[in-house]
Design a protein. Structure first.
Length: 236
C-alpha cells in the first residue's frame, strides 16, 4: 500500500495539486492538519481534501479560522488595517466548510502494512517527543486495540514545517512530512514538502510548482501590511 502523508497546506491549492500530480498513484492520503490560514485559497483546499477523501486531523490554524468565522459581528466590521489571514480565510468560507473544519478529529490512529500509526497535528506547541517514556505515554493515550498493540509504532506530526524522521528505538519513531505550503525563514527552499510510505518504506519528497498565481492572489487581498508581507515572502 502507498500512503501520501501531507501537512500544513495553509490554503495553498497550487502546491497541493502539484504534490498530487506527482503522487496520484497513492492508495490513501493522510493530512496532519492546518488545511487553511496563511494562504489565499481555503475553500479550494477544503474541497480538494473532501473530494480525495483524505484522512485529516485538525490543526491550530483550522480552529483559528473557524473561530474567526463564528465571530460574525467582528468579521463583518473589522477594519482593513486589522485584517489578518484568518479573517480573509473566514470570509471566503461558508457554514458547511467551517463545520467541516470543526468536525476534524484531534487525532486518528490506524494500521497500515502491519505498522501502527497515530496522526496528530502537534505534540505540545513546538516541543517534540524526545524519549521513549514520552512516546509510550502519548501512544497509550491516543491509540487502542490492534494499533496500540502493534510491534512497530509510528507517530505522525505536522505543525513545525520541518521534515523529520526521528527514531526513539528501531521500531518506535515519529515523522513529520514538512509543509506542503511554505518553509521557515532559515530554509530557503520554496518546494512543496511531503512524504510517502509505501509498504512501510518512508520517503521524504518535494516538488517544485508555479507560485505566481499565489503571489497575484496575495497582492490583491486586503490585509495588514505585516500579514501581506508575510504572504509575499512565503510565495516569492
Amino acid at each position: 500500500m502507498k500512503a501520501l502523508i501531507i501537512s500544513d497546506i495553509h490554503a495553498n491549492i497550487y502546491a497541493l495539486e502539484a504534490v498530487w500530480e506527482a503522487e496520484s498513484d497513492s492508495d490513501i492520503i493522510y493530512c496532519a492538519g492546518d488545511l487553511v490560514d496563511y494562504g489565499p485559497f481555503p475553500a479550494e483546499v477544503i474541497a480538494w481534501v473532501r473530494k480525495h477523501r483524505a484522512v485529516c486531523v485538525q490543526g491550530n490554524h483550522d480552529r483559528n479560522v473557524a473561530a474567526a468565522y463564528r465571530d460574525a459581528e467582528k468579521l463583518r466590521s473589522i477594519p482593513d488595517e486589522e485584517l489578518k489571514w484568518a479573517h480573509d480565510n473566514a470570509r471566503k468560507l461558508n457554514d458547511d466548510e467551517v463545520a467541516f473544519l470543526e468536525s476534524l478529529p484531534v487525532s486518528v490512529s490506524f494500521l497500515a502494512d502491519g505498522i501502527g500509526y497515530s496522526l496528530q497535528h502537534m505534540y505540545i506547541r513546538y516541543d517534540t517527543i524526545a524519549s521513549l517514556p514520552q512516546f509510550d505515554e502519548f501512544w497509550q493515550r491516543h491509540t487502542d486495540g490492534e494499533v496500540r498493540d502493534a510491534a512497530c509504532r509510528r507517530l505522525i506530526f505536522g505543525h513545525t514545517h520541518r521534515r523529520c524522521v526521528h527514531y526513539l528505538a528501531d521500531r518506535d519513531l515519529w515523522l513529520n512530512p514538512g509543509s506542503v505550503s511554505y518553509r521557515r525563514k532559515d530554509d530557503p527552499s520554496k518546494e512543496a514538502h511531503y512524504m510517502t510510505i509505501t509498504d512501510g518504506r518512508i520517503e521524504m519528497k518535494s516538488v517544485e510548482y508555479d507560485r505566481s498565481p499565489l503571489l497575484r492572489a496575495v497582492q490583491s487581498i486586503r490585509l495588514t501590511e505585516s500579514e501581506k508581507e508575510t504572504g509575499l515572502d512565503f510565495f516569492q
